[in-house]
Design a protein around this ligand. Structure first.
Ligand SMILES: [Zn+2]
Length: 339
C-alpha cells in the first residue's frame, strides 16, 4: 500500500501515492490534482469561483444546472450519474446517489488496494423526490456529521409528510399557508409533495425548479388568494416574516422546515408565536448516521461538517476508529496504516 493521507484544506483532499483528488473545494486548488469532484450544489460545497477553468471537474448535470442558473457560471465538466464508474489516472471513481438534494452524489475512490468513500451531505431516507443514499463499502470513510448528535432524531419522512399535509389542509380552509425551508432542497421537495394544491413559489426556488425540470407552482405577483400555499426560502427571523404577512393577508398558517427543529426547545420557541416547526431535513439524523457508518465496514472513519468531534466520539464508543478530518497542518500519514 502506498502513502495515504486525507485532510481538509478548503475542501476534502485525498492523497494516495502521487495521486491527489479534491472534493468540494471552496478555493481554487493551488497544487496539482488528478480530479476535482463536486458532491452537490449547496454553496458550502461548491464555490462558482473555485471551479472556473478547473479540469477535470466531475459533477452531476443537476449540480451544473444549479451553478448555471443561480451563479451564472458554466464550467466545463464531466457529467456523472449514480452507478457510473470513471477511470482517472488508474484510480476508479465510483459515483453513488447521496439522497441529499437533487443531483447530490457520494463518491468512492478505488485505488486498487484501498477504497476511500466521501459521502458529501447525504440522507439515507427516501423522499417524494429522491432515493435514499446508497450504502458505501469502503476501507476509509469520510462522512458528513451535520446532525451527529443524539439530540437529533427525526421521525420517519412519511410521518412528517402526514403532519405537514394535515397543517396544510387545515390552513387552506380559511387562509394562506406559508412554508419556509432551504430553497435548494426543501424548495423542490415541497413543490413536488404539494403539487396538487394551488402553490406559489418564490422566484429563487422557481428558477432552480425550472432548471431541474420541476414545473409545478407559479411565481407570486400581487396578493395570494385565500386557500393558496406559498413556498419560500428561510431568510431572517421567521416570526417577523409571518407577522408581516398576517398584517397583510389575515389568516396565515406558517411552518418552518429544518432538521434543527428535532430539538424540542427550538420548535417550542416558534410555536409560542404561532409558527409550526417540523424536522424535515436533507440530512440523516444521528441514529441513521451511526448505522450508515457502521455498515460501511470502514476501518477508519473521518468526520467532517457539523458535530464532527461529538460524532467521532460515538464512533470510538462503538469500537470504530473515528476522528475529525484533520486540517492540512494537523494531518499525518499513518493513522490508517498503523491500524
Ligand atoms: Zn448540502
Amino acid at each position: 500500500m502506498k502513502r495515504f493521507r486525507a485532510f481538509y484544506d478548503h475542501g476534502v483532499v485525498i492523497e494516495y501515492g502521487e495521486k491527489r483528488f479534491i472534493i468540494d473545494p471552496l478555493k481554487r486548488p493551488s497544487k496539482p490534482f488528478n480530479a476535482v469532484l463536486i458532491t452537490h450544489g449547496h454553496r458550502d460545497h461548491v464555490n462558482p469561483n473555485a471551479v472556473r477553468n478547473v479540469a477535470p471537474l466531475i459533477m452531476s448535470r443537476e449540480t451544473a444546472r444549479v451553478l448555471n442558473v443561480r451563479d451564472g457560471v458554466n464550467p466545463r465538466y464531466i457529467e456523472v450519474t449514480p452507478g457510473r464508474e470513471l477511470d482517472v489516472d488508474d484510480a476508479i471513481i465510483e459515483v453513488h446517489n447521496a439522497g441529499h438534494i437533487i443531483g447530490s452524489l457520494s463518491y468512492v475512490l478505488d485505488f486498487g488496494d484501498l477504497r476511500v468513500g466521501v459521502t458529501g451531505d447525504f440522507n439515507v431516507e427516501p423522499s417524494v423526490l429522491l432515493r435514499g443514499a446508497d450504502a458505501l463499502d469502503v476501507d476509509v470513510l469520510i462522512m458528513e456529521t451535520t446532525y451527529g448528535d443524539p439530540n437529533y432524531v427525526f421521525p420517519s419522512r412519511d410521518f412528517i409528510y402526514n403532519e405537514l399535509v394535515g397543517i396544510v389542509e387545515e390552513g387552506v380552509k380559511d387562509g394562506i399557508v406559508l412554508l419556509m425551508g432551504q430553497p435548494l432542497g426543501r424548495g423542490q421537495e415541497l413543490t413536488v409533495l404539494l403539487r396538487n394544491y394551488p402553490i406559489y413559489v418564490e422566484p429563487r426556488i422557481k428558477v432552480i425548479n425550472n432548471a431541474v425540470g420541476i414545473k409545478y407552482g407559479r411565481v407570486l405577483s400581487g396578493s395570494p388568494e385565500p386557500g393558496s400555499i406559498i413556498i419560500m426560502g428561510m431568510y431572517g427571523d421567521p416570526i417577523s416574516i409571518v407577522k408581516s404577512l398576517r398584517s397583510r393577508y389575515g389568516a396565515v398558517r406558517a411552518v418552518v422546515l429544518s432538521g434543527v427543529y428535532a430539538k424540542a426547545s427550538r420548535a417550542a420557541g416558534l410555536r409560542a408565536f404561532g409558527v409550526e416547526a417540523l424536522p424535515l431535513s436533507s440530512h440523516s439524523d444521528f441514529p441513521r448516521l451511526l448505522d450508515f457508518a457502521l455498515n460501511s465496514n470502514a476501518k477508519l472513519i473521518y468526520t467532517v461538517y457539523g458535530n464532527a468531534a461529538r460524532f467521532a466520539k460515538y464512533l470510538r464508543r462503538a469500537g470504530v476508529r473515528g476522528m475529525v478530518l484533520p486540517t492540512a497542518a494537523q494531518s499525518t500519514l499513518d493513522p490508517f496504516l498503523k491500524a
